[in-house]
Write a protein that binds this ligand. Structure first.
Ligand code: SF4
Ligand code: SF4
Ligand code: SF4
Length: 478
């Protein structure tokens, strides 16, 4: 075996700011060992793929009664609760590291379940330049959101949509390079990326100088025979087209797949904890397509609360597609609210902020985009609050469908007869109101101090108190 090169010393010391909130998780030997194992992601995906297969089978073959079908209860109650209440706020896109949707396509593309292989299978085409953004994913999410009343109650629709996503992902993997599907097409990935900016965990390079001198750039290009002679355990270039050595400054597109950690020959990538909402300080990379995702998510949370929790039966009928004219009206109201009304209101308040600020006025479009990121804490809080309203009353269904996933009368674990038990319904307002208020306070804080440039102020760094524009922005947030 060839001698290992010592051209660049490996970073031994971790950055000095490793205090309190900032912990280098790869400083712990068992964690470092674990993330460098090639089987890790396969082991995370496998159980989810098993559950996912049951979900699709239950969708197509099980009872059409949603409350008795595994597909509805495990996707829209159990998985959703885990995702929005735990995984995204605390683990960023950790779901993407274990998601079964792109797994089949990725295994075909890599010609392996676990091993690193230097050559991949498929046409490896590049995704068209004009579509390298979140617009397709945004419209995909808006379409799915529009049909949510049907999707979350009819098992066959859930099964068909999930199977459709697996098929589209597999075809995309065979035609395009890496995980093009996850980066540009997945309707779930866009909002995971947006809210992952809140999470107190990040994958980042350790030492900029080591990256500058590194001739392999294996975190982006993937391991090579030459890079492996220096170090690394063999890893693919970042599947989601990120270049952590560049550096990568936000969580938005990091799938936490750990391939860069496995590929880097200098062990120069780590996983760190950090304060919440850290990425909202990063000005670089803010874009209109991401900003629109913030409007879509906040608007959808508000619309769902009105449709599903409000007393208006007629709107519920429209959302359930009971008549064609109702469907058209609902589509116009829903899409109009999230795609037109919310951005238009945002534009008005952005313009007002700019007018009241006086002095040198920044570009309106840039300000419009920058201010949209202040809606991230509020949007996430809105989704958490909304999710409590259906998770707590309905999570008890999970026990009965676990024993009888298809509604065929099975009793696999003896829990089929567990009655519907809404948990803590009287506590809901006491959970939801503080959650929303916390989101509002954090949004105001982001707008005031955390690097959203205010009109007349040129640089968001270092953070500074809000200027004359704040009242307009905060009126919109409230
Ligand atoms: S982007 Fe979508 S398909 Fe890809 S891993 Fe994440 S959730 Fe799964
Ligand atoms: S993170 Fe990437 S660029 Fe930096 S040393 Fe590792 S492989 Fe090289
Ligand atoms: S390779 Fe690294 S930067 Fe890219 S998605 Fe995986 S963990 Fe994130």
């Amino acid at each position: 075996m060839a001698q290992r090169s010592t051209a660049i010393a490996r970073p031994i010391l971790r950055p000095p700011q490793e205090v309190a909130w900032r912990k280098d998780l790869l400083g712990y030997r068992p964690v470092r060992w674990l993330v460098r194992q090639r089987w890790l992601q396969f082991a995370l995906i496998l159980p989810n793929l098993f559950v996912f297969t049951i979900v699709i089978m239950a969708g197509f073959l099980g009872t059409p009664i949603g409350a008795k079908n595994f597909a509805i209860i495990f996707v829209w109650i159990v998985w959703w609760a885990l995702l929005i209440l735990v995984l995204v706020p605390f683990g960023a896109r950790i779901w993407c590291a274990m998601c079964p949707i792109p797994a089949v396509g990725e295994w075909m593309q890599r010609r392996a379940f676990i091993l690193w292989k230097p050559k991949t299978f498929g046409l490896a085409r590049k995704w068209p330049k004009g579509l390298r953004n979140l617009w397709v994913a945004n419209f995909g999410f808006a379409s799915i959101a529009l049909t949510s009343a049907v999707l979350t109650t009819r098992p066959i629709v859930t099964g068909a949509v999930l199977l459709g996503l697996v098929i589209i992902a597999a075809v995309t993997h065979l035609v395009f390079e890496r995980r093009t599907f996850c980066r540009y097409l997945c309707p779930v990935g866009g909002f995971l990326g947006l809210y992952s900016m809140a999470a107190p965990v990040e994958v980042r390079r350790v030492d900029a100088e080591v990256c500058r001198q590194c001739q392999f750039k294996a975190c982006f290009r993937g391991s090579t025979e030459a890079s492996l002679r220096v170090g690394g355990v063999g890893g693919y270039g970042c599947p989601n087209f990120e270049f952590p050595g560049a550096p990568m400054e936000r969580n938005t597109y990091c799938l936490l797949c750990t391939e860069c950690i496995k590929a880097c020959p200098y062990e120069n990538i780590t996983i760190r904890t950090r304060p919440f909402f850290q990425d909202l300080q990063v000005e670089k990379g803010r874009k209109l397509d991401e900003a629109y995702k913030a409007f879509i998510m906040l608007g959808a949370a508000i619309m769902y609360s009105i449709v599903m929790l409000g007393p208006w039966g007629r709107i519920k009928d429209w959302a359930n597609f009971t008549s064609f004219s109702g469907l058209l009206l609902y589509a116009a109201i829903f899409l109009g609210s999230i795609l037109v009304a919310a951005p238009a209101l945002h534009l008005v308040f952005t313009w007002l902020s700019r007018v009241f600020a006086g002095g040198s006025r920044p570009d309106l479009k840039k300000l419009f985009v920058d201010y949209a990121y202040t809606l991230v804490p509020l949007g996430l809080a809105g989704w958490i609050a909304f999710s409590f309203s259906f998770v707590l009353p309905n999570i008890s269904y999970a026990l009965s469908v676990l024993s009888d996933p298809f509604g065929w009368g099975w009793d696999l674990f003896g829990t089929k007869g567990y009655p519907w038990t809404p948990y803590a319904p009287h506590l809901l307002p006491y959970i939801q109101v503080p959650t929303l208020l916390l989101g509002l306070v954090l949004s105001i804080k982001v707008g005031s101090r955390w690097g959203i440039p205010l009109p007349g102020k040129t640089s968001p760094h270092p953070p500074r108190p809000g200027g004359r524009s704040s009242p307009s922005l905060h009126t919109w947030q409230v």
